[in-house]
Write a protein of this length. Sequence first.
Length: 365
Amino acid sequence: MADGTVSYHCPNCGAPIYYKSEPAKFICDYCGSDFTVEEMDAYARKLEQRRSRKEERTEAIQQNRQDQANETVHSYHCQNCGAQVVTTETTSSTFCFYCHSPVVIESRLQGDFRPDQIMPFDISEEQANKDFIAWAKSKKYLPDDFLSEAHLDKMTGMYIPYWYGDAEVNVHFEGNSSASQSWQQNNYRYTRTVDKHHVRQGHLSITDLSLQAFSKIDPNLLNGIEPFDSDAFIDFSIPLLQGYFAEQYTMPRDQAMQQMDREVDGASRALLRQSIEAANVQVDYEDYSGEKSDLRFSLLPVWVLTYNYKGKIYVYAMNGQSGRTFGEVPIVESKLKADARKRGLIFGLIASAVVTALASFFFIF
């Protein structure tokens, strides 16, 4: 494997093989065979034994060093047809443009760039397209050609990198608040002021705090389809990338740790303040100290569709685990204006009817 790529094929017939969430197996569309993740892992290990481990490891290290250099575009070779596969420097799983076989760049999934855990797709591509159509049809002012099959072909399954971490925090807070209440009685005005001293001490356990680790996608898009159920994570296995795009993280681990510190601190303060039923608390002393776990490099499933309409790019995303959706669609202004005129006409008719009814009411009386 001279350029660090690998394509998984059916052990029975040699055709390309894909992982499908239902029934959670690798399926061969050619001979109908199916294999579990464990069986494909064993098959992959058997294939690796046929290659020189030492040579492969050396080439992988050299490729990683080259990837981290100034180049932004890299070329590999498809193991199925031999064609050149061009990728950006962060892509670790893609497709061959010529034979459409899945291509996993194994050399980019080693060392610090090997994920710790992965969340498989629960939503199939077929279901993702159906849900997208239902979502789009709910938009009143959509262009008539928006739901063409040409655009549905752009639905892409991607594994997006995240950092996950846990924290154990010891909290100590002291502060003061003052609240006044006034009332009138027997021509006298009374005011009562209550001063309180607040003390909070305890231990917080924060689990599965997540950070987006990929800067090449709009964070608002990912925010819109979160949260993901962390119970769905399984140990990372390279064959699970077959049939999907996958990216490396662009936020380094040390930067993620700093961001995680800020997130933990903010979450701890927010939880503590929620326990104090008082406004304008003057802080006397506060301390948030503890330990944070090492970060877990994680891959999360996302269906993405992009649409170019009159020179503007629109993006739709679906949580590949829960089905939660977020995105925007183009609006046909003529439909919007026609609807506005229609609403205006209806409002005018209602207003006219109300005026007529009132006139009749006053005429009767």
